[in-house]
Write a protein that binds this ligand. Structure first.
Ligand code: FES
Length: 114
């Protein structure tokens, strides 16, 4: 199979305004990973909160879990596209701030960026 030699000149409109990925990777054997820092719980909270605020769906936001995003030493990590802003977080208050500032107001939360 051959790859195209040029990219399309225009990109399609994104289905979501913001697409958020939480690393929820769980490693065995004691190796550090985001899920050891409650990533799955926090992702569930973020998904619920985005829905409660009416921010979820086409043209709005989508919160997904991801496998290892290869920034394990900086974890727990999440990333918001299309801006490709990476964050770490400690608790639900951090997630509330990311939702309120970044997803609602379009302002990345500098103090949580990695
Ligand atoms: S385990 Fe989360 S970035 Fe690798």
């Amino acid at each position: 199979m051959s790859l195209p030699t040029s990219l399309p000149t225009s990109l399609p409109t994104s289905h979501y305004r913001h697409h958020v990925f939480f690393c929820c990777n769980q490693r065995d054997g004691g190796a550090s990973c985001c899920n050891d820092q409650h990533a799955s719980e926090v992702r569930d909270y973020a998904k619920k909160r985005v829905k409660e605020l009416g921010l979820s769906g086409a043209g709005k936001a989508r919160v997904n879990m991801a496998g290892c995003l290869d920034r394990c030493d900086e974890g727990p990590v999440m990333v918001v596209y299309p801006e490709a802003v990476w964050y770490t977080y400690v608790d639900r208050a951090d997630i509330d701030e990311i939702i309120d500032e970044h997803l609602v107001n379009g302002r990345p939360v500098e103090r949580l960026r990695i």
